[in-house]
Design a protein around this ligand. Structure first.
Ligand code: NAD
Length: 263
């Protein structure tokens, strides 16, 4: 899985084709969509139109909450695949654990079947807290390849990252730029950006990469799409990394997975 990919949350289907095309032209080879984003069709069209061989693009989509359960998961997957216009996806994720509904183990067993059938190359989860991961690992056969969680300098997720490292699960950061709000104006980040003649967004992405996180920044602005992947020719030093790591506030932008229950 490429360590840096392109996220398309909140990109309407009719704009997704253009945004994903721009991203593929800029060199991105991993795209993160989800059934609930409503843009699997636009995403799939851009991949088809790019002419890039299928095996060179890593496509992630996610099972929406309303479709959790064994049979409903299999049906939802068929729909996602049809919308994407693909015959397999590289990574399929359970979007949220919804612990009160108690269906994520059954949903994941359907994921294991899709994996065995070769229609999904890797299976994983999103927004799983350590307690959900431990239960899942205890009750199923395949350790999730990935846990995609909210992660940025204000929410560094040290406990989850440690568990992932122990279990061999890749940590994928959603909202890696903190949704572009406040975070990119934090003085410590701006100062590091000036020191390296880079932008604050590039510094934050570099911090993630050097920590070992997979990142999927989103933008619909072509110059920013290109800026966000132009992060492989400089490095932060230990002092920079420590200054960013000192910004942790354990502060979420998104919902708490323990209680989030929208379907
Ligand atoms: P993000 O942290 O990637 O921030 C995106 C916003 O930051 C943009 O809309 C723009 O306003 C700004 N931005 C982007 N590049 C910039 C730049 N170079 N300079 C200045 N501002 C810039 O936030 P996100 O979209 O929430 O997260 C990224 C992806 O993560 C999503 O598109 C989606 O694929 C995924 N995601 C997953 C979940 C989940 O529950 N699994 C939840 C949210 C997001």
């Amino acid at each position: 899985m490429p360590q840096l990919g392109f996220g398309v949350w909140q990109v309407p289907d009719d704009e997704a084709e253009q945004a994903v095309s721009t991203a593929l032209e800029a060199g991105y080879r991993s795209i993160d969509t989800a059934a609930i984003y409503g843009n699997e069709e636009g995403t799939g069209k851009a991949i088809a139109a790019s002419g890039i061989p299928r095996q060179d693009v890593f496509v992630t989509t996610k099972l929406w909450n309303a479709d959790q359960g064994y049979d409903t998961t299999l049906r939802a997957f068929d729909e996602s695949l049809a919308k994407l216009g693909l015959d397999y996806v590289d990574l399929y994720l359970i979007h949220w654990p919804l612990p009160a509904r108690n269906k994520y183990v059954d949903s994941y067993k359907a994921f294991e079947k899709l994996h065995t059938d070769g229609r999904v190359k890797a299976i994983g989860v999103s927004n799983f807290l350590p307690e959900h991961l431990r239960r899942l690992i205890g009750e199923t056969s395949i350790v999730p390849a990935v846990n995609q969680i909210e992660l940025h300098p204000h929410l560094q997720q040290r406990v989850s990252r440690e568990l992932h490292a122990e279990q061999g699960i890749a940590t994928e950061a959603w909202s890696p730029l903190g949704q572009g709000k406040g975070l990119l104006e934090v003085p410590a980040i701006v100062a590091i950006a000036q020191k390296h003649h880079r932008t604050p967004a590039q510094v934050v992405l570099r911090w993630h990469l050097q920590l070992g996180n997979v990142v999927i920044p989103k933008s619909v602005t072509p110059s920013r799409i290109r800026e966000n992947i132009d992060v492989f020719d400089f490095s932060l030093d230990d002092e920079d990394l420590a200054a960013i790591s000192a910004l942790n506030e354990d502060r979420r932008i998104g919902p708490d997975p323990a209680t989030f229950d929208v379907a």
